[in-house]
Design a protein. Structure first.
Length: 286
């Protein structure tokens, strides 16, 4: 202000002072008119000290931003939406890092404190913001959008269906089969003997009590046991869809097919399904 007034005086500039500047009904004015003069009477170098402190805090803020950015890139796999708990705990203030990660997903300070405390307890604990959810799973925190799909939703795949857009983007092909047919080993592909399928096929979420006969294994298996054996997280299980032929599961989508629908020496025509958006594959259906 002193510099502004001197500049106005030296250049013969007229200026107006807002009369409200001298009223202490506003908090900022009360601090400027009463608090600061009182503190300056105790410490005449207060103003210069505050200025230096602000400059120091600005520089400290730069260091904070740099450290937080590195910590987030180290702990948080944004592509997989997973926070690695052991890496998070290697930092002096895990709660601060969690706050900087999760504040952009709508989680408040109180919820983030609860998430931090849950790290030392058993898996399965859930925390919600308006649009996202955090699940504690073994050695990671999993961040997902709140699932828009209901467990009772079903999608039909007719014998003439070539594409499915939701809830999973699928491509469906029918082709003749010969013994020299080349199969892809990628999990985004599934192969079925057309004659063993009952159309329309039904795509739905898995349910408690579901069983299937895994290709390459003997006997039937509960899906819940299969998930446990293969260490599916709570999120993995919730996101699992199954493809059914009648009442029988023929594919845990993106995971494993049922051997009852496998291609054998009597197969003449096959149905091929491919999940789009998973790792690319050079397999050519032609």
């Amino acid at each position: 202000k002193k510099d502004v007034l001197e500049y106005a005086y030296e250049n013969n500039l007229e200026y107006i002072t807002d009369s409200s500047n001298y009223e202490d009904i506003f908090t900022r004015n009360k601090i400027r008119l009463q608090v600061i003069p009182l503190l300056e009477s105790i410490n005449p170098s207060l103003t210069s000290g505050l200025t230096q402190t602000m400059e120091n805090l600005i520089e400290a803020g730069k260091i904070y931003d740099y450290a937080i950015k590195n910590a987030i890139s180290y702990c948080f796999n944004e592509t997989e939406s997973e926070i690695n708990i052991p890496l998070l705990l290697s930092y002096p203030s895990p709660e601060t890092i969690l706050y900087e990660i999760l504040k952009n997903y709508g989680f408040g300070r109180d919820i983030i404190l609860s998430i931090t405390e849950s790290i030392f307890h058993q898996s399965g604990k859930e925390f919600f913001s308006d649009k996202y959810r955090i699940v504690k799973d073994r050695k990671k925190l999993i961040l997902t959008p709140i699932n828009p799909f209901k467990n009772d939703e079903k999608y039909l795949i007719k014998s003439t269906t070539e594409k499915l857009q939701e809830p999973i983007e699928l491509e469906i092909f029918h082709t003749g089969y010969t013994p020299d047919f080349k199969f892809s080993k990628e999990k985004n592909y599934a192969y079925f003997d057309v004659e063993k399928l009952s159309f329309p096929l039904i795509l739905r979420k898995w349910r408690d009590g579901d069983r299937f006969m895994p290709f390459g294994m003997e006997g039937a298996k509960k899906l819940s046991d299969y998930f446990s054996d293969h260490k599916f997280s709570l999120i993995d299980k919730e996101n699992t869809w199954v493809l059914c032929s009648g009442n029988d599961i023929c594919w845990i989508v993106g995971e494993r097919t049922d051997r009852r629908f496998k291609i054998d020496y009597n197969t003449t025509k096959i149905c091929i399904m491919r999940i789009k958006g998973l790792p690319p594959d050079t397999f050519d259906f032609a």
